[in-house]
Design a protein around this ligand. Structure first.
Ligand SMILES: NC(=O)c1ccc[n+]([C@@H]2O[C@H](COP(=O)([O-])OP(=O)(O)OC[C@H]3O[C@@H](n4cnc5c(N)ncnc54)[C@H](OP(=O)(O)O)[C@@H]3O)[C@@H](O)[C@H]2O)c1
Length: 358
């Protein structure tokens, strides 16, 4: 006999759609294994809210998927409500799943904590906010956020296991951006910096405004999340972040930004050649310890695991009192809607099981 696990899902983008598909396809198998039957009761985007306290019918879930899959809005569906009705959907047995990249969900997440709901975040923003604002999320026992670093890779789970067994984390380092790994691999192949950025943009590897990736902010958010999980309440100002463009290009329109990039080609070519001459390659890395960290380009041996990284792969090393010289490393695809949605499912099932043992 399976108990229904009510889910309130915010965001139906790449990850939200993959999650919904996986729920429809796998929930019977998951129920057989865990006795938890995943029942989305609410689906919300900025345009609308679908809600049924008993669980949205599968047909409605499929129609919603079809609608957003072909570029439509949830708000155009029949029977849709205003996103403003969302607070009324909260109930203590529900799990709120934030698959947005928005700071606007924060008040709802606070309301969910007050009602005692479970919370699963793919959204890094609440966790990377200034510590005073982020702290309640880290301290709330029924909150999981595995996919915020390394997508489906069990990076946060490994950190929790180390901490739960009394180990002490000394520092963490790695490559956590598939987009910037791609860029580094292209530079290594001899592509000019401006061409490599334009190509990554054309292939959809970067955000439409490539500065969202090149600023290093997304990697810095991941580094902060790792640091805070390790027990170091760092602020963004404790990280030295190297953007891959000068400050003078920070605020110009995107077209102007792209047109200015060839002026940077010589500088990056020189950096790549210098590393090459020493048997090294450049990688965009994050390194954090208890006092702070760095996020930026670093030269690593060509023959090392980081030197061999290409494409969307991530590689994260955890150095601890027990894993002192040879770190515990986690490596594999660090992006992609399917593996990310699977990581979200893993968090949901874990919280559902916890609730069952309360
Ligand atoms: N894609 C990956 O491989 C990956 C990997 C790891 C983590 N993540 C994280 O997962 C999250 C989702 O990524 P994605 O690629 O699916 O993003 P996306 O395609 O841009 O989708 C974002 C979704 O969030 C909705 N949304 C935005 N603000 C909202 C609000 N205030 N309330 C309710 N819904 C809201 C959007 O709805 P509208 O259409 O109405 O704006 C859209 O449906 C991000 O935080 C991302 O960093 C992604």
């Amino acid at each position: 006999m399976s108990g229904k696990l009510p889910l309130i899902v915010l965001g139906l983008g790449n990850v939200g759609q993959a999650l919904l598909r996986q729920i429809i396809e796998t929930r019977r198998r998951i129920a057989d294994r865990t006795s938890l039957y995943l029942a989305p009761i609410a689906l919300a985007t900025t345009s609308g809210l679908l809600y049924d306290a008993d669980g949205l019918p599968e047909e409605t879930l499929r129609t919603a998927l079809e609608m957003v899959g072909r570029g439509g809005k949830l708000g155009d569906m029949i029977g849709v409500r205003s996103p403003g009705d969302l607070p009324a959907t909260l109930r203590p047995d529900a799990i709120v799943v934030d698959l947005t990249a928005s700071p606007l969900t924060v008040p709802f997440l606070h309301a969910a904590m007050e009602r005692g709901c479970g919370i699963v975040l793919a959204n890094k923003i609440p966790l990377a906010a200034p510590w005073a604002e982020a702290r309640p999320f880290y301290e709330y026992p029924r909150l999981r956020y595995e996919v915020t670093v390394g997508a489906g890779l069990p990076v946060i789970a490994a950190l929790r296991y180390l901490l739960d067994t009394g180990d002490e984390i000394t520092h963490i380092e790695g490559c956590m951006s598939g987009t910037l790994n791609y860029l580094c691999a292209e530079l290594e192949r001899g592509a000019p910096y401006s061409t490599a950025v334009a190509q990554a943009r054309a292939l959809g590897y970067t955000e439409p405004n490539p500065r969202d990736d090149l600023s290093g902010k997304d990697v810095a958010r991941k580094a902060l999340i790792l640091a805070r999980t390790a027990g170091w309440p760092l602020e963004e100002s404790d990280l030295c972040i190297e953007p891959l463009y000068p400050a003078s290009l920070a605020d110009v329109p995107v077209d102007e930004f792209m047109a200015a990039l060839p002026a940077l080609d010589a500088e990056y070519r020189a950096r790549v050649r210098k590393a090459e001459a020493e048997g090294q390659v450049l990688r965009y890395m994050a390194r954090v310890g208890p006092q702070g960290g760095t996020v930026g380009l670093a030269a690593v041996p060509k023959e090392s695991p980081l030197g061999a990284l290409h494409g969307p792969a991530n590689h994260i090393s955890l150095y601890t009192a027990r894993y002192q010289f040879l770190p515990l490393t986690i490596s594999g695809p660090g992006a992609g809607p399917e593996v990310t949605a699977a990581g979200v499912l893993g968090d949901i099932v874990e919280l559902g099981r916890l609730a069952g043992t309360r």
